[in-house]
Design a protein around this ligand. Structure first.
Ligand SMILES: Cc1cc2nc3c(=O)[nH]c(=O)nc-3n(C[C@H](O)[C@H](O)[C@H](O)COP(=O)(O)O)c2cc1C
Length: 218
């Protein structure tokens, strides 16, 4: 699969099988992730690979619960009480994400501060470090797709549960689990856009400006 196919074929995968990922394939994907550009050459990142069965299960439970909390914040409540609304969102998350519990691997993209920016550079340095973790994770998503593996960048849980996530894998407070993803073979890769996104998704031509702002291609 060439790089353009892998980029086009990468989709947020939310249904996994329990098929194992070999060490060779896993290492190939992890090494590709860490070939990403890194601001100031800092390597202010790390990847935490969760394969232990109990820990994987704990991470999956946390992410599914975080998904439910996300839905409850994002979706209109209508006539339901807050409790009824949350219960409906928990049920929905359990309907669409249960195979997270069988995914054989989870990977956490970590921001690991290196304390290498002088005082006046710290704010910009933090942004660079965060961007660099994102680049590494995108490399991982594309490399995974080329190997037939699914991923989904997941951050919703962390608005609610970052400390519990830290506790599962023993992360110190200063290390930030920016993004996590299951890594596993899907039953199939999604194609096209889900209907809800289709209505609002902007085409590429409306997002490219030639020479001056507003001069888009559409
Ligand atoms: C920064 C970021 C955070 C995301 N967080 C979540 C998340 O918490 N849960 C989830 O299911 N998907 C999450 N996504 C995936 C997006 O929903 C998905 O990429 C988007 O809907 C486009 O679909 P596609 O990736 O299949 O093209 C996240 C994506 C990004 C870039």
């Amino acid at each position: 699969m060439d790089v353009f196919e892998a980029i086009r074929g990468r989709k947020a995968v939310r249904t996994y099988t329990d098929r194992a990922v070999t060490d060779d394939v896993l290492d190939k994907v992890l090494r590709a992730a860490l070939r990403a550009p890194t601001g100031s050459g800092s390597q202010a990142w790390g990847l935490l690979v969760v394969r232990d069965e109990a820990s994987r299960r704990d991470v999956a439970d946390l992410v599914i619960a975080g998904g439910a909390r996300y839905f409850s914040e994002m979706r209109p409540r209508g006539d339901a009480t807050p409790e009824e609304h949350l219960a409906a969102c928990v049920a929905y998350a359990e309907t669409i994400l249960p195979t997270y519990r069988v995914a054989p691997v989870w990977v956490m993209g970590l921001l690991v501060p290196r304390d290498n920016y002088p005082e006046r550079m710290q704010e910009g340095g933090y942004v660079d470090d965060l961007l660099s973790v994102a680049f590494a994770m995108e490399n991982l998503f594309i490399a995974a797709r080329a190997e037939g593996l699914g991923t989904v960048p997941t951050s919703a849980f962390q608005r609610f549960e970052k400390d519990r996530l830290r506790a599962i894998v023993g992360l110190p407070d200063e290390v930030d689990p920016v993004l996590v993803t299951p890594l596993g073979y899907p039953e199939s890769f999604p194609e096209g856009l889900p209907p809800a996104l289709k209505r609002t998704f902007r085409g590429w031509k409306s997002l490219v400006h030639d020479d001056t702002w507003g001069n888009t291609r559409d």
